[in-house]
Design a protein around this ligand. Sequence first.
Ligand code: IVH
Length: 677
Amino acid sequence: MTQAEARKRHAELAAEIRSHDYAYYVTANPVITDRDYDRLYKELVDLEAQFPNLVTPDSPTQRVGGAPLKEFQPVQHLLPMMSLDNTYSEAEVRQFVARVERLLPRETLAWVVEPKVDGVAVSVRYENGVLTVGATRGDGTTGDDITANLRTIKSLPLNLSARAKQLPKLLEVRGEVYLPVAQFTRVNQERVAAGEEPFANPRNAAAGSLKQLDSRIVARRGLDIVIYGLGFLEGVDRLGGHHQVLEWFKGFGFKTPERIWTCKSQEELIDAIEELDQIRTRFRYQTDGAVVKLNDFALREKIGATSKAPRWAIAYKYESEHAETKLKSITIQVGRTGALTPVAELEPVHLAGTVVKRATLHNEDDLRRKDIRIGDTVTIQKAGEIIPEVIGVVLTKRTGAEMIFEFPKKCPECGSHISRGAAGEEAVVWRCTNPDCPAQVRGRIEHWCSRGAMDIEGGGEVLVGQLVASGLVHDVADLYVLTLDQVMGLERMGEKSAQNFLDAVAASKSRDLWRVIFGLGILHVGAGVAKSLGRHFATMDEIAKASVEELTNTEDIGEVIAQSLFAWFGDSRNRQLLDRLRKAGVNFTSALYKPQAPAGALAGKTFVLTGTLPTLKREEAAAKIEALGGKISGSVSKKTDYVVVGEDAGSKLDKARQLGIKTLDEAEFLQLCASMK
Ligand code: IVH
């Protein structure tokens, strides 16, 4: 294929993929199968590997950036990002409308009502149609540069030109990033499975995700965005009002609020707010209210803003699903990773269709911050409609007889020392340090047996509790040497169910490697990470032998996960456990493994390029190395395997000679690549 042909095909593929992304992520109406989509995408990836000069920042392949950032850079918003005043009653909404009517006598006012998306406000800048910068609100004037994270959102166009009749020179749009409720549930399940703290609600999950310095992690979260406002605009004819802007946005492929109401009177407005309340649970995002906006831009300008919020818009907050009840006591749950979670034992109360008896108090710091005491009347809510949580104390109902809860200094299950991490999410979690803690042992075995892991029917809380309490099982390998007599000897266990359980245990021996790895319950290693490992490595032994660096070369695996894996496999107790599982006949090979040869033929090899090569451009040489799994480094060190030397090579060549590192000219380099195929 010639450069020109490649360029043409690249443009076709990029356009086609963009339109499929739009159909899938914005309108939720996919027109091709996932397989066909993957095929197009792969063709684009391969084409770009062959012609690296075609990779532009707005290519569909460029949604996930490279290395994690060290910190976020500040971004100045072109126009300040303001907040909204809140109202909580119909009367206040009417007062607001009346106030605007007074400020604008003799005008006929039109209003727009739209959902107030419960997420994180962001601003996204397009220069000549290309997404260049995305930022958080920050203090309203300056925010954090979270461009890499925003690029991972598939419904956010990276380029507007394909759909534009008239392209703005500069455009800043405002919107709300959210984690769809379905994704929130999945992410939390994965976090719990990987021994991490679940997010309290979708908004926290979205905010936490946007603060991630590693955009690869963000990409896996599945964030989405709704665009609801215009920030800065230059280079197109003036638009008259908000409704028109939203239509204009849609034309560019932005996802705008899925339902809006245009209203001409207070009555219509109140009706719209009520109707929105009726249907808002059907949206893919959580809404905590309605936003009422004056439509006309010229009128907006006339009445302006206060220092913090515009005078032409207001938020109306719906009542959330809260309930009040009495906190009878606090218990501490010890999870399989040893995490100590305080749990509120409540007087049963109705909340959003269920009776709630227990709610999470998250962690000690949270408990202290909210100053929650035993005997208090507390407010609870369904966090993201899922796990109930205690959100605070009703102080007016405090009598003085309440008692401060002493967080245990030792593990309540086994009395061992507890400790917590130095920084980040780990700093709030106390963990029992005793790997033999019965709560942890039970938790690990239940996790091993769970449907998502080894899928051993019957291995639930009750039976596992009995097996551990009777001393028959200390770890998952013990399951494979149980005898029928032993299992039948447990209380309320007949021969038939005992045999069924043993059959299920035996059947689990042939499960695929990723299930085994996930089942081991290694910190931060959820099912997704386990599958990535299964694709990248052929056997358990290869994973056990891998260095941190090799582990981070695996898709989806960053430094934190790699360190956790490395530490786990480095522990002699864990290695003994693996030996016993192997002897028991548990499968240690991966059916997902995709041999990467020839792609991986240079895996683990580090190259340095120096000087000008006679025919290959630097990017072309780099693409060849990367396509074969090699790495490129900017400087020569003992770890360098090859230095590819062109004309006018300088100090790097000297250094290579000094260290005795193999040097290649272009012909030798090409030969090496060819021999690897
Ligand atoms: S308009 C100057 N529209 O609510 C007006 N905001 O409480 C800017 N929000 O900071 C905001 N949905 O994060 C607007 N449809 C919507 C919204 C919305 C959610 C958030 C936004 C804003 C906050 C104000």
